[in-house]
Design a protein around this ligand. Structure first.
Ligand code: FNR
Length: 187
């Protein structure tokens, strides 16, 4: 059976490199994985009152129900000010509540960080991992995926022209396929 993987790219930008990398990850993923990109733009900002008062926005309910059905989760994170973007953190927060009902719990995960800079989103990558430890997402440790100097990897049509990086992303996805297999709860 194919494992369904939710893909969360932490940028709303039309020409987002993170979303372009997510699209390549989907293209090179092994047959055992089915990747589905989740749009985070419509997700209302987290406000605990809405949960406490039972006045939950439709965007949250939809998101929580959708994430629950995934067998695994893949995060493609840009870096803002050496951390994850608010868009991605909001998605983590919305999915983690109400208390005791986190939709992330136990789902195998992986992190790919993306940056036009040379530091490759290291800060975002590891801040995200810190939250994922708490959320009980067993997150693939090796191989690590820091995609730096990302602007140079695509041509003007948004096609990945760098075959070496494409090969590396394939290695990441093949490893993630094995990781998902080995870290899925038995049914
Ligand atoms: C950035 N950028 C950035 N880059 C980086 O490598 N480390 C950082 O700490 C930051 N900080 C930062 C803050 C803010 C508010 C913005 C808007 C941008 C640059 C960032 O990597 C660049 O805009 C990427 O293109 C964002 O990812 P997407 O939108 O291409 O996926």
């Amino acid at each position: 059976d194919k494992k369904k993987v939710g893909v969360f790219a932490g940028s709303l930008r039309k020409e987002s490199f993170s979303r372009k990398i997510a699209a390549v990850l989907k293209e090179v993923a092994p047959d055992s994985l089915e990747l589905e990109l989740v749009d985070l733009g419509a997700l209302e900002m987290y406000n605990q009152d809405f949960d406490d008062e039972g006045n939950v926005p439709a965007s949250w309910t939809e998101f929580r129900e959708r994430v629950k059905k995934f067998d695994a989760v893949l995060f493609v994170t840009p870096e803002y000010n050496r951390s994850v973007t608010a868009v991605l953190k909001n998605a983590l927060d919305v999915g983690s509540r109400p208390y005791g009902e986190s939709v992330w719990d136990g789902k195998p995960g992986a992190v790919v960080s993306v940056s036009p800079g040379a530091l490759s989103g290291f800060g975002a990558n590891h801040h995200l991992r810190q939250a994922l430890v708490f959320l009980n997402v067993p997150t693939m440790q090796q191989p690590e995926a820091y995609i730096g100097n990302v602007a140079a990897l695509f041509d003007e049509n948004g096609v990945m022209t760098n075959e070496k990086t494409k090969g590396f992303l394939k290695t990441i996805m093949d490893s993630f396929g094995v990781w998902v297999e080995n870290n899925s709860a038995s049914e």
